[in-house]
Design a protein around this ligand. Structure first.
Ligand code: SF4
Length: 178
């Protein structure tokens, strides 16, 4: 089983979304929100690619039944800084969790890391993210819970509809139910 940053991100938002994505029921390609996010990432920092590397990284866990993987778009290896751009007009905990997951994987692979930076072009703000001991414990506990949810045969229950309006699975979950 591969657990990546997308699944970790979805785990923070909705267990059902995470389960659907893992089981290859994908709706993100239909989402303009996702497309817009990609464009913002590409257009906001057009020269940054020159000094940052794209990095694919993985970490097999002890029993090797679970492999943690991540594709980091911008890693400043010289300074040990991971950059992540978010199109969101609001800061979200899931963004922090995603970046901490990157820092965790790098650290576990013996790469020297300093911190992460989340860039919010729409807000014209950045947020500094560090990985503390408590964060490491929380990530490891999350991975265990993610594995449990993904191994369930049944799709997890829906969230209240008020939390679903901007989700790419909205029609999948709610069509005919409103
Ligand atoms: S529409 Fe709601 S219940 Fe369905 S996956 Fe999205 S957040 Fe979860």
């Amino acid at each position: 089983m591969n657990i990546n940053a997308t699944l970790l991100n979805y785990y923070q938002l909705c267990h059902r979304k995470m389960w659907l994505h893992y089981h290859a029921i994908r709706m993100e390609h239909t989402s303009e929100v996702v497309y817009e996010g990609k464009l913002i990432g590409e257009e906001s920092y057009p020269f940054r690619a020159d000094k940052n590397e794209e990095l694919e990284i993985s970490l097999p866990l002890e029993n090797e039944k679970v492999v943690l993987t991540a594709k980091i778009d911008f890693f400043d290896a010289k300074r040990g800084i991971v950059h992540e751009t978010k199109k969101s007009a609001a800061k979200e905990w899931a963004h922090v969790a995603q970046l901490q997951f990157y820092l965790y994987l790098l650290q576990k692979n013996g790469v020297e890391v300093s911190h992460g930076v989340i860039e919010y072009p729409k807000l014209r703000q950045t947020e500094r993210v560090i990985l503390g001991e408590a964060d490491v414990l929380r990530i490891e506990a999350s991975i265990e819970k993610i594995r449990e949810v993904l191994e369930q045969e049944q799709c997890p229950l829906k969230l209240p509809i008020s939390k679903c309006k901007t989700c790419s699975y909205f029609e999948f979950c709610w069509v005919g139910d409103e």
